[in-house]
Design a protein around this ligand. Structure first.
Ligand SMILES: Cc1cc2nc3c(=O)[nH]c(=O)nc-3n(C[C@H](O)[C@H](O)[C@H](O)COP(=O)(O)O)c2cc1C
Length: 252
């Protein structure tokens, strides 16, 4: 029966959530979060394709990859953000369906959606954006400064407030469960890990700082980006920003 088949996966999802409580992990009153708007005709921002011949040697990038948690206040350019998004979810082969991307995905189902909390990116107003992979553009979800909310939702990790942008990867469970049933709950996390490493490597290659974040209050992040937390739920976050000059490493 479909319900009992799904039980353990959903139980796993629910019972591994962080939620604010007086006991664990950090007590503080739940902050009121703005409800994202869902515009009927979305405002779109086109992204640029990367210049594939530029960049340092892959082996040096692997050698220098590090989690960087301190960022300067200098914004990212929209081109840099485009490169990071392409590295995580860019389409690389359109010959036939499914379209293939820079990161692998079980059954090429690609169950991860990318949301961004933009704090400081040139030519983008601060706010919450959604990556439309098919036409490589950003859809505006909600304009405003959400830097404090995303840091609070990330167990008060200040790097999320200081970062130029916070990636929020949301698992659209149904997309994978239709084929793989309970096994899908593993694959969604594995797929997301691939996106995370691609982002780390692209950021390193571009001399930017990056840090993965899996410690967050699930419901608060879900509410911030406007997903239900069950069929669509935040899996992993990552911050990116310009490094402080003291931690610069030039790879070229
Ligand atoms: C799944 C995952 C979750 C992580 N969550 C956090 C986090 O919430 N906060 C944080 O500061 N670092 C986080 N990190 C970064 C790790 O702390 C970091 O990778 C580790 O200390 C090793 O350092 P390195 O990445 O520089 O090699 C996370 C990394 C991974 C892979």
């Amino acid at each position: 029966m479909e319900f009992s088949e799904q039980k353990i996966g959903e139980q796993f999802q629910e019972e591994t959530k962080y939620a604010r409580s007086p006991h664990w992990p950090i007590s503080s009153a739940k902050k009121s979060l703005p409800r994202p708007l869902k515009p009927s005709s979305p405002q779109l921002i086109s992204l640029s394709q990367p210049h594939l011949d530029n960049g340092p040697n892959l082996w040096k990038v692997l050698l220098h990859r590090r989690s960087i948690r301190e960022y300067s206040q200098v914004p990212l350019s929209l081109e840099e953000l485009s490169n990071l998004l392409w590295a995580t979810q860019g389409i690389t082969a359109k010959a036939s369906l499914p379209w293939y991307r820079t990161a692998p995905s079980a059954g090429a189902l690609h169950p991860i959606d990318s949301y961004l909390v933009v704090n400081r990116v040139e030519r983008l107003e601060p706010g919450i954006y959604f990556l439309r992979v098919q036409d490589f553009s950003l859809e505006v979800k909600n304009k405003g400064d959400f830097s404090r909310q995303i840091a609070q939702a990330a167990l008060d990790q200040q790097m999320a407030q200081a970062a130029a942008v916070v990636f929020v990867w949301v698992g659209v469970i149904r997309r994978c469960r239709q084929k793989y049933r309970q096994r899908a709950y593993r694959y969604v996390y594995l797929d997301c890990g691939h996106l995370g490493q691609n982002l780390y490597l692209a950021a390193t290659a571009m001399n930017l700082g990056c840090c993965g974040i899996a410690a967050f209050y699930d419901d608060e992040v879900n509410e911030l980006v406007g997903v239900d937390g069950h069929e669509e739920t935040a899996i992993y976050l990552a911050t990116v920003g310009r490094k402080e000059s003291s931690s610069n490493t030039c790879l070229q």
